[in-house]
Design a protein around this ligand. Sequence first.
Ligand code: DC
Length: 223
Amino acid sequence: MKINIAIDGPSAAGKSTIAKKLAEKLGYVHLDTGAMYRCTALKAVRSGIALDDEASVCAMLEDTDIRLLSTGEVFMDGEDVSQAIRTDENSLAASAVSKLPKVREELVRRQQKMAEEKGYIMDGRDIGTVVLKDAEVKIFMTASPEARAERRYKQNIEKGIPTSDIATIAEEIRQRDYEDTHRAASPLKKADDATEIDTSYMTIEEVCSAIYALAEPFLNREA
Ligand code: DC
């Protein structure tokens, strides 16, 4: 049978990389929900809207089309923003808009609608706790702050994204961890029924295999 897989965890723990690989293996759709918060932040900044002005950000969002392609590209109102949303500056802006309860409500609504048919691997912060509470497989993916900063640095270089040095990225990661876990609306936390995987010393293949092993019993089951 087709299932949904929820992958939550702090930034740069490897969620998107793993989700993408697994989606390819299973023929599922990968949905990077962080990209939706990133688009919201980018448009708000470009429009000169204060990131704590909930009413204005929400009104803007209602009029915003966000498309996540299976290739990983992200389109906002028809524009390819795949690179623009990944800057360090926009990462902090995304963290700020993700605190707004009404913004979360709207994006969660869109995410739930997309995953109505099974076959989704969603990664984010609140997938197992809010968006897909009934996902058959729930993962809470972690890694040490050092491992995460190094990965994000390498990823930025590979993708040609302007990047700060590793120490600055590590500091930003710490700041985002704090904000993501301490916000009032759907803070990042492990769902009670999620399996925690620390990826600090694991290869991508090892992590994929571990999650696949959790999914396999469901995949072989009759719908
Ligand atoms: O996964 P990411 O780093 O691209 O996420 C960007 C920001 O969006 C991050 O600071 C937390 C927030 N976010 C969230 O609150 N809920 C999600 N489901 C996904 C991301």
